[in-house]
Design a protein around this ligand. Structure first.
Ligand SMILES: [Mn+2]
Length: 423
């Protein structure tokens, strides 16, 4: 899911600075879209078990069945189980956590889901699930978690939709767990929590699909609510069954519907609220320019560059930029979209999307971000958004120019301002 982006200081004198600050930000682009940045396919399709604490990747495989069996054994040995998804939870993170909560409680054990994020910043569908189910699924914050941990001798931790230390908010408490299970579909790196019990399979659509399979294999009776939560997670990470799906994904979805998942409920969670829609449209309309990056007459390459030019310092949540970039790519003639904006004073978030003609991952790499060919992002420290846009344009032309002749001066098309009158 996530590549840790290097956090670059944009020096006004030296734009191409390579001052890579080691303490990076995490690309929220990836979190929001749950796009697997720099996806390195694992070389096996099943469980990764690591005995070597330093190199979780160098691992050997174990069958899904054995993993599920170990999970069951360890849950049964525990009195309390804590479940945690990634920071800035999305529907897959919370959906899979709810599925695991259901698994644990069906063995007669207590399970708590830890969510310690600023609730005002949680994406609306996820927030709705949390609000509606806080009591039912024992969703607790970090303070409550610490209290419960103090009473516990040998707690069990289950991480879902995440495998990295820097993406969960347990801090030092992580060291208190002697037993940690990881259920995930994202690549691993040096931040990956070391444990014997990892099921990390990048070929799975979502953590919710994996959890559904565990529940179905164990023949755990599902409630319609749990089936809903799981189907929602799968829907998010497959972009509503448009990507990352296998026949097994559809099979699981069918079974969840059979257990009472309601498609209408799931669809409703994906509806955008009006306010968010207006913020995104405002961002697009107030500052998109479309620039031609290559001269080719038959198939010119064009990119849209968006930031709020009327109010460049305006701050948004990162998902606004990601959604705006998604939208801009849908217009005819746009082969790549770059949306820039502040997320806090002096910190700009960039969301980049490309079609098959433009590898935006390479372009974001050039400015210190990361991502895959079609979806990428960056976090840059700068107070000069215009300069950053110029830099992205320059890098975009450079990346494209590697096999195309580029225009000396990009063609600039300003999106017309809509004017309303009271007449
Ligand atoms: Mn996921």
């Amino acid at each position: 899911m996530v590549k840790k982006n290097r956090n670059i200081k944009l020096d006004s004198n030296k734009l191409l600075t390579s001052a890579v600050v080691a303490t990076g930000f995490i690309s929220i682009v990836a979190l929001i879209d749950t796009i697997r940045l720099n996806k390195n396919k694992s070389n096996n399709n099943s469980v990764i078990i690591s005995e070597d604490k330093k190199e979780p990747e160098s691992s050997k495989a174990m069958s899904f069945k054995d993993f599920a069996a170990s999970l069951e054994d360890e849950i049964k040995k525990s009195s309390r189980v804590f479940i945690i998804g990634h920071n800035n939870p999305d529907l897959d993170s919370i959906g899979s956590a709810i599925g695991i909560q259901h698994l644990v409680t069906s063995y007669g054990k207590k399970a708590y889901i830890v969510v310690d994020d600023d609730e005002t910043k949680i994406e609306s569908g996820t927030k709705r699930i949390i609000d509606e189910n806080r009591k039912k699924y024992k969703i607790i914050n970090k303070n409550m978690f610490k209290k419960l941990m103090d009473e516990e001798d040998s707690p069990l931790l289950i991480m879902t939709d995440v495998n990295k230390k820097d993406m969960i908010s347990l801090g030092d408490s992580l060291d208190s767990f002697k037993r940690i299970f990881i259920i995930d579909h994202h690549s691993t790196n040096e931040q990956t929590v070391s444990t014997r019990y990892m099921y990390i399979n990048e070929d799975e659509s979502s953590a919710s699909e994996i959890v559904s399979k565990i529940l179905l294999t164990k023949k755990i009776k599902l409630t319609p609510e749990v089936a809903n939560a799981l189907l929602t997670g799968i829907s998010l990470d497959t972009k509503r069954f448009k990507q990352n799906t296998t026949p097994a994904t559809h099979d699981v979805a069918e079974k969840l519907i059979d257990k009472g998942a309601d498609i209408e409920y799931v669809n409703n969670l994906f509806l955008q609220d009006f306010e968010t829609h207006c913020r995104i449209q405002n961002l697009i309309i107030n500052g998109t320019i479309i620039k031609r990056l290559s001269e080719s007459l038959l198939s010119p390459i064009q990119a849209s560059f968006t930031f709020n030019r009327n109010n460049p310092l305006e701050e948004h949540v990162p998902e606004d930029y990601a959604k705006a970039a998604d939208q801009m790519l849908k217009f005819a003639g746009v082969d790549a979209s770059f949306v820039l904006g502040y997320i806090s004073p002096g910190v700009i978030h960039v969301s980049a999307r490309g079609n098959k003609k433009v590898n935006v991952g390479k372009i974001m790499d050039e400015i210190g971000g990361g991502g895959n060919a079609q979806s990428a992002g960056a976090r840059i420290e700068t107070d000069d958004i215009q300069k950053l846009e110029d830099l992205i344009l320059e890098k975009a032309m450079m990346v494209i120019g590697s096999d195309e002749k580029v225009l000396e001066e990009p063609q600039v098309v300003k999106v017309k301002q809509l004017k309303y009158s009271n007449k």
